[in-house]
Design a protein around this ligand. Structure first.
Ligand SMILES: Nc1ncnc2c1ncn2[C@@H]1O[C@H](COP(=O)(O)OP(=O)(O)OP(=O)(O)O)[C@@H](O)[C@H]1O
Length: 377
């Protein structure tokens, strides 16, 4: 069931000239879904969320909740709970008073309010914290109070704007797990704004990746990771190797590309890709799906290691790789830096041989069509 609908929504600010902060955004969000707006700073995600909340009205387009038009409805008539980056708690009130605030405004009876506040605090694992002052809590606890305050009014929708940005790395991971648990338990439709792709991947049912006010792709974490729509999404979500290679043959959902060695590999492709033999395709391969092979392997790309980073779990190799090399010399003696075109690639491997170091020449085997994907420019 569709809960939230944005139809051709745009927002232009008077001061910012011609550029739209949000440009023709179409989204549908299901009931109970945890939906994330993800993108770099300035891409328009906060503006989009604020239009859903009612703090800004769109310059064009419509917003519907459960089929009902709310495009120009005041924020307090929309029944949404908000959680912000800076908590926005009242520092002079206790935890319980903060959580109870929305109930007081709604004229819920004192006894009912006390019960619901206790329930909400239990839900965010802060039982017994009611009498404490806000400044006696850690950042993570304060953010959980903010979440309890948003949830206690039983909103039809939860809107969260970078709620974890002020927390340190470890607390951020713990709190994101907590937020998702609480959201699952309450079943509240949620829209979450972040610029952190790992957070988006870990938490979301679906993600809308935004750039320059436009939605670049909407999909599950697995879809945006393994089937990025374009080079921006491929590079913004995790690391990716985006290579430019000639097309040997093209079918509806598969494109065969030619390696500099003359060998071919098949890449998965979205329907309607429009590529034909002789075109140049952009293919994306995640670093952990590229494998190291012998430098003399005829079906491999040839690269030279420029950096080695051991991260504990994996070793990241950065390499200069020949991606266009028309030389006809023997593969084994062909040198990466003797002409042709070079592309920087990264490989992440769990068990890279320790002897591999900067300057070494290696072969790189691209993944099969399951994990090699054609992207739009
Ligand atoms: N009130 C405003 N007046 C004028 N321009 C604005 C206003 N709010 C946002 N903008 C502009 O709109 C664009 C989108 O901003 P927005 O805050 O939505 O981006 P964002 O993706 O949330 O970025 P961040 O992660 O930095 O908050 C930016 O270019 C920004 O400068």
């Amino acid at each position: 069931m569709i809960d939230v609908e944005l139809e051709s929504v745009s927002k232009r600010f008077a001061k910012s000239g011609d550029a739209a902060a949000v440009d023709d955004v179409n989204l549908t969000i299901g009931a109970g879904e945890f939906f994330t707006l993800l993108g770099p700073s300035g891409c328009g995600k906060t503006t989009t969320l604020r239009m859903v909340a009612g703090f800004y009205f769109p310059s064009a387009g419509n917003i519907r909740f459960g089929g009902q038009d709310v495009t120009r409805l005041a924020p307090n008539k929309r029944d949404t709970g908000m959680v912000f980056q800076n908590y926005a708690l009242f520092p002079h009130m206790t935890v319980a008073q903060n959580v109870a605030y929305g109930l007081k405004v709604r004229k819920v009876s004192r006894a009912d309010a006390a019960r619901r506040v206790a329930e909400a605090l239990a839900e965010v694992h802060l039982d017994g914290y009611g009498p404490r002052r806000i400044d006696q809590l850690s950042g993570g606890q304060q953010q959980r109070v903010a979440l309890a305050r948003a949830l206690v009014i039983r909103p039809r929708m939860l809107l969260l704007d970078e709620p974890l940005s002020n927390l340190d790395a470890k607390l951020r991971e713990e709190t994101r797990t907590e937020i998702r648990r609480i959201q699952r338990e309450s079943g509240t439709t949620s829209i979450y704004v972040t610029h952190d792709q790992a957070e988006a991947m870990a938490m979301s049912d679906r993600i809308a990746v935004m750039q320059s006010g436009r939605v670049q792709q909407v999909g599950t974490p697995r879809e945006v990771y393994h089937q990025p729509a374009n080079a921006f999404v491929a590079r913004f979500i995790g690391r990716s190797n985006v290579l430019s290679l000639p097309v040997a043959a093209a079918e509806a959902t598969r494109v065969d590309v030619v390696l500099p060695s003359g060998g071919q590999v098949s890449a998965g492709a979205p329907e309607g890709h429009g590529l034909r033999e002789g075109d140049t395709a952009l293919v994306s391969a995640r670093p952990e799906y590229v494998t190291l092979v012998s430098a003399t392997d005829a079906d491999a790309l040839r690269g030279q290691v420029t950096a080695v980073e051991f991260t504990g779990m994996t070793t990241h190799l950065t390499l200069d790789v020949a991606t266009r090399d028309v030389a006809t010399r023997d593969v084994a003696t062909r040198d990466v830096d003797t002409g042709g075109e070079k592309t920087q690639m990264t490989v992440a491997a769990v068990d890279t041989p320790e002897r591999i170091g900067v300057g070494d020449r290696v072969g790189l085997r691209l993944p099969s069509a399951q994990r090699l994907w054609v992207v739009r420019p």
